[in-house]
Design a protein around this ligand. Sequence first.
Ligand SMILES: NC(=O)c1ccc[n+]([C@@H]2O[C@H](COP(=O)([O-])OP(=O)(O)OC[C@H]3O[C@@H](n4cnc5c(N)ncnc54)[C@H](O)[C@@H]3O)[C@@H](O)[C@H]2O)c1
Ligand SMILES: *[C@@H]1O[C@H](CO)[C@@H](O)[C@H](O)[C@H]1NC(C)=O
Length: 305
Amino acid sequence: MNFFLELLKVIGLSTYYMLESLVFLFVPKRKKNVSGEIVLITGAGSGIGRLLSLKFAKLGATLVLWDINQDGLRETCRLAEENGAVRIHSYICDCSKRQEVYRVADQVKKEVGDVSILVNNAGIVTGRSFIESPDSLVEKTMEVNTMAHFWTYKAFLPAMIASNHGHLVSIASSAGLIGVNRLADYCASKFAAVGFAESISFEMKVLGKTGVKTTTVCPYFINTGMFDGCSTRWPLLLPILDPDYVAEKIMTAIRRDQAILVLPRSLYFFFALKNILPVKVGILLADFAGALHFMDSFKGRAKKD
Ligand SMILES: NC(=O)c1ccc[n+]([C@@H]2O[C@H](COP(=O)([O-])OP(=O)(O)OC[C@H]3O[C@@H](n4cnc5c(N)ncnc54)[C@H](O)[C@@H]3O)[C@@H](O)[C@H]2O)c1
Ligand SMILES: *[C@@H]1O[C@H](CO)[C@@H](O)[C@H](O)[C@H]1NC(C)=O
């Protein structure tokens, strides 16, 4: 196409898309029906994974729940039944292990069917300065927070592509958009998850698979216990988030096919600033926000290993 024609098209479409999103601000998109969808949630035995399971149960989805924590998983199933779930399938699966993911994925395909909504939610955190982080935990963090996404996509994406229907949900973190001291391995794993999800969304676009949607979620600290001990400096500006609030926002984002969800909203503004201001100003603002001391009082979950 002629350069000027192409340019005209880009200007025309950008204007259209901006107006479109302005309209959606006032007249929100309809939420899609997830009843009858097969939803796989990793790390469903606790926190956000559990809450998402309950919300999908209420909406009539078929649940496929994975976790390594047997007791947590059992409790989620019990609660999901209370929430009206009739089709629940739970599996003990360590998603950090490639062969185990493939093995359990085959079992799911046989026993339940093709997963149409894949929620990669399982996550772990080391929470120490990088030098003090044991190699084994650094490796595990990458395996759970990033590489599990590779293997689950390998297992479930082909069926979504074949039917041009599906949804890939990546529970990343705001630590996937900005580095944080004492979270180096965690940030690396979450940046990787964000980059991976975005790349796959482009692959879907180029393949013309417009029916395969993606949603990447980047929340600030949530009060689930994973980051116990951490405090926020200005709670009004950057509140520690309530798990149910986050889960509800995630559900809405999924059901409206929203590509990215950053919570709280003030972070959109902060990240925009970070990208256009000089680096020193960015650091100053991050320090003002308490970012350099987030992890000072980190306790996390009581360690079992
Ligand atoms: N809590 C926060 O402040 C926060 C902030 C931003 C993003 N996130 C992300 O949200 C997601 C959920 O976090 P949460 O706060 O609900 O944590 P959580 O600790 O309450 O739940 C995580 C679940 O993942 C499971 N899990 C851990 N390793 C696993 C493995 N190898 N295989 C299968 N399951 C495994 C755990 O057993 C647990 O049930 C994580 O990816 C986390 O990184 C959390
Ligand atoms: C949602 O989909 C299910 C199954 O496809 C259907 O039975 C149900 O009526 C739909 N609900 C709404 C509100 O459209």
